[in-house]
Design a binder for this molecule. Structure first.
Ligand code: DSN
Length: 404
């Protein structure tokens, strides 16, 4: 193997194995997912869709793409007469762009959670191309409960009459009430698009409500709680499928990455097992244990807790910015990301919060007891208190729960 790259791969493996990973959007894939990702499918060009390609030699990749679609439908209990699955998006951002491109005339209104409130860039945020092509009607959370106020959402929707409403984001810890979102969408005749990228694995493991009974269209990345390779899937109700297919290819993408699709297929089968369901439930129990212990140690948890794999800590409530907290933690071997909290008065480059997720540490086998230890490490790391002791605990946990 290329020596320089090998050295970097080994260095990265070392970093990952010696680090407590609390980044809510990361996880560790299985050896079988990695093997599929590094398979001969990497060599194949397959522009088009199964049985309608622009290159020769696609009999086997057709079977692969169909297998991935079939597994995705089975995992989320979707009937093939009602739902189509598109496994070609390269990642979450292109998937979301494809959905908007397919279903919304330029300039129309898309109502979505504001980025600073826990939403996602590709939901029409100003700094994303989605914010240039479509007009975002932002919604947020209630100032006191820091949870979505569905009455307020309905009020905004009735005034703004958006063409589409997006549910889901990247830093909202609570269960989203999809039924209420559907009612609001129906009230203003908007499409309901759910981006379940963060919690897809929890839905697959039946640990979080499914958006499918209510949504018109659903996207997910496959590498967060779903524990697959970096990729994405679009699920569309049949009436929207032709437009979505065209938007993905040839609208926005060229040939699909078939090795990625092979790895997604492997991950989807893994996510359908009883052990994955236990994993998904443990991810949430771990997030709850970690947030409760941090709260006990004096840290303010946004919305007071979590129903999912992630939560936000308002570190500014004790005088630390998210940037400072993140840097201090990285020094003792804990990685996470700084994050805006609702109604944040600081800038995204150095906001008031940090985001914590438990998908990765749960994959390593850690449970509630270890979450309490991690809470103490996080607290000591930010406060710069007993740092040597905290670092020792990080090393001990990493050794006891190695990467698979
Ligand atoms: N950047 C991802 C996250 O961390 O949530 C979402 O795209």
């Amino acid at each position: 193997m290329d020596r320089e790259v090998k050295k970097l791969i080994e260095a990265e493996r070392g970093r990952q194995s010696k680090t407590i990973n609390l980044i809510a959007s990361e996880n560790y894939v299985s050896k079988n997912v990695s093997a599929a990702l590094g398979s001969v499918f990497v060599n194949k060009y397959a522009e088009g869709y199964p049985k309608a390609r622009y290159y020769a030699g696609n009999e086997i990749v057709d079977a692969l793409e169909e297998l991935a679609g079939k597994r995705a439908r089975k995992l989320f209990a979707l009937s093939s007469s009602r739902w189509d699955v598109n496994v070609q998006p390269y990642s979450g951002s292109p998937a979301n762009l494809a959905v908007l491109h397919a279903l919304l005339p330029e300039g129309s209104k898309v109502m979505a959670m504001a980025l600073g409130m826990g939403g996602h860039l590709t939901h029409g945020s100003k700094v994303s191309v989605t914010g240039r092509l479509w007009e975002q009607v932002p919604y947020g959370v209630d100032r006191l409960s820091e949870e979505i106020d569905y009455g307020e959402l309905l009020h905004i929707a009735l005034i703004e009459r958006p063409n589409m409403i997006i549910a889901g984001g990247s830093a909202y810890s609570r269960v989203v009430d999809f039924k209420k979102m559907r009612m609001i969408a129906d009230e203003v005749k908007a499409l309901l698009f759910v981006d379940m990228s963060h919690f897809a694995g929890l839905v697959a493991g039946k640990a979080y409500p499914s958006p499918f009974p209510y949504a018109d269209i659903v996207t997910t990345t496959t590498h967060k709680t779903l524990r697959g390779p970096r990729s994405a899937i679009i699920f569309s109700k049949k009436e929207y499928t032709p437009a979505v297919r065209k938007a993905v290819f040839p609208g926005l993408q060229g040939g699909p990455h078939m090795n990625q699709i092979a790895a997604v297929a492997v991950a989807l089968a893994e996510a359908a097992t009883p052990s994955f369901s236990r994993y998904a439930n443990q991810v949430i129990k771990n997030a709850q244990a970690l947030s409760e212990e941090l709260h006990r140690l004096g840290w303010r948890i946004v919305s007071g807790g979590t129903d999912s794999h992630l939560f936000l800590v308002d570190v500014m409530s004790r005088g630390f910015s998210g940037g400072v907290a993140g840097d201090r933690l990285e020094k003792i071997g804990v990685v996470l990301n700084k994050n805006m909290i609702p109604f944040d008065e600081r800038k995204p480059s150095d906001p008031s919060g940090i985001r914590i997720g438990t998908a990765a540490v749960t994959t390593r086998g850690m449970k509630e007891k270890e979450m309490k230890a991690i809470a103490r490490i996080v607290s000591q790391g930010i406060l710069k208190k007993d740092v040597a002791d905290a670092k020792k605990t990080v090393d001990a946990l990493c050794e006891k729960y190695p990467l698979r």
